[in-house]
Design a binder for this molecule. Sequence first.
Ligand SMILES: Cc1cc2nc3c(=O)[nH]c(=O)nc-3n(C[C@H](O)[C@H](O)[C@H](O)COP(=O)(O)OP(=O)(O)OC[C@H]3O[C@@H](n4cnc5c(N)ncnc54)[C@H](O)[C@@H]3O)c2cc1C
Length: 670
Amino acid sequence: MNNTIETAERAEFTQPASIVDGVSLGTILDNAEPKGVPTKDMWDWQKDHMNLVSPLNRRKFEVLVVGTGLSGGAAAAALGELGYNVKVFTYHDAPRRAHSIAAQGGVNSARGKKVDNDGAYRHVKDTVKGGDYRCRESDCWRLAVESVRVIDHMNAIGAPFAREYGGTLATRSFGGVQVSRTYYTRGQTGQQLQLSTASALTRQIGLGNVEIFTHADLVDLIVTERDGQKRCEGIVTRNLITGELTPFTGHAVILATGGYGNVYHMSTLAKNSNAGALMRAYELGAYFASPAFIQFHPTGLPVNATWQSKTILMSESLRNDGRIWSPKEPKDDRDPNSIPEEERDYFLERRYPAFGNLVPRDVASRAISQQINAGLGVGPLHNSAYLDFRDAIERLGKDTIRERYSNLFKMYEEAIGEDPYTSPMRIAPTCHFTMGGLWTDFNEMTSIPGLFCAGEASWTYHGANRLGANSLLSASVDGWFTLPFTVPNYLANHLGEAVLPADSPEAAEAVERAQARIDRLLNIKGPNPHGADYYHRQLGEILYFACGVSRNVKNLQEAIVKIREIRADFWANVVVPGEQNYMNQALEYAARVADYIDLGELMCVDALDRDESCGAHFRDDHLSEDGEAERDDENWCFVSAWEPAGEGKFIRHADPLYFESIPLQTRNYK
Ligand SMILES: Cc1cc2nc3c(=O)[nH]c(=O)nc-3n(C[C@H](O)[C@H](O)[C@H](O)COP(=O)(O)OP(=O)(O)OC[C@H]3O[C@@H](n4cnc5c(N)ncnc54)[C@H](O)[C@@H]3O)c2cc1C
């Protein structure tokens, strides 16, 4: 692709030094944006100028897609339909089981259906501002522009979106916006989008265009070097039933393996979501962008006991009608319904009158945490705030509320044993989404040529804070409307090249590496044995405390030391019962925890290194006068993309960020 129109002037960029021991500065990254094109037109320009592969040549290419969630399932189905030979991998027993099935509230699209003056520009503005200017503006334009196609496409392949009485598609509002652009299927939007995508994928499998490998866990990547340049040409999987390691080779590999929030031990993610594929790629040279940008969802259910294994999400859509409050007096254990109006603090409405309960998630989570830390938490452990539907029920009636949220209310009642129609829900911030992920350029290719990354596994679009309902969208845009163009753009330059033989030395080396890791885990016979969960819980507690809703230098420095101690203990003492060659979930889990420990360290390094507050990365040494996050655009207006450089050493590469359509300004939701 010719990428060389005359460049518009962009200010010279210099990386700031790091205060973190072991961090050195790397390169300024080329993000493959077309030069000299306004950010708002870049995606159209790129699509017009990308290399094409003719229909007859497509079957000569093998593409490997890891993950069958919304992003991976869509990419595999679309590339299969276009005529490429696709192999798709998941550790689940069926594509539909991917974590995307859990998403509740909705998917954004700036189709401007409602008469509220919405459009692509407003969507970009909300996304960039919501992400606190730490995302790439050109990516956000792609997200907004393609969002218009997503709804029609998903509708066409079977997603039964909610409709108004007159038949038009219904919408609702999510946090951080003042329009109504979220399309939904009651509280089961992810389920319906995932089922539609899985059906489209299954069709391609039936047609023979896509071959699926279930129970296939990616345990390594095959990275070759040709003419001095790295290239990703395959993966190694472990069959979770037989334990067999198998190399698969292809011309390109897409990682769509989802988010890494389970690093915190307790999160709203599916228990099996993990960081394995990302960490293998990172170790082999795919840079990890913004690992410390983590979203804490304000409406999680509070932790009730230390033995709990995960947290549960109450959808953000509930903030359309629910009002968040805490009592004005600390430790007020009265029945909430008996607390009079004047003794309640509707703190979001008080502090942010313009957006009220619909401020973005980072702002809401921070405010709730501040109330809890000030002793104003409610519930048996005083670790939550109320989300109250009393006024909405009075205004709209119980039937309307039931129609909108019945499955969520039922879920709450089943989990907590209280009826939210008569008593307010109790909610607390919980780890929910990872804005960080593998660094990708504008074509969604990582720093290893031939390796692409999509969906929550990648870093794109969301900056330092994701807006609600933008993730089902980003996974769909990546899978259906980005990779089907950008992967062929890469492949076109490799026409005529045979696929790497599965018995090549590079493939054998990757299999050996995977085997050595398994052997190491199975053969630890330390004096102080513990299961992997013992280490995972400790790690989670450290991360919630030091790299959670708020962060500071001292806690992060101590966390890095503690995580290194946990790693030493883990590799000396972890017990992994059983063997490799049959289903061994203890082995799978121990491998995941080993990755979480390394990732946790990287997250703390990133959080300590980024000497500013932005979005969900709230450093309490960088506050504005009124206590809000204070960015440092002069020094930190770039994406940190990390490369490992040996034990305790890291290289920080930088992708500078420029804002043309949405000029840099301080976020204000007041
Ligand atoms: C409870 C909850 C509710 C949410 N609600 C919303 C919402 O209303 N709106 C919204 O926009 N977003 C929502 N989100 C976020 C959104 O659901 C996710 O970000 C999105 O679905 C991620 O899709 P994905 O394709 O990237 O990954 P996933 O759906 O997580 O799929 C990952 C795939 O990768 C496979 N995989 C992973 N690792 C490996 C490996 N090592 N080997 C082989 N296969 C592997 C898995 O088997 C799976 O198929 C919600 C998230 C949660 C937790």
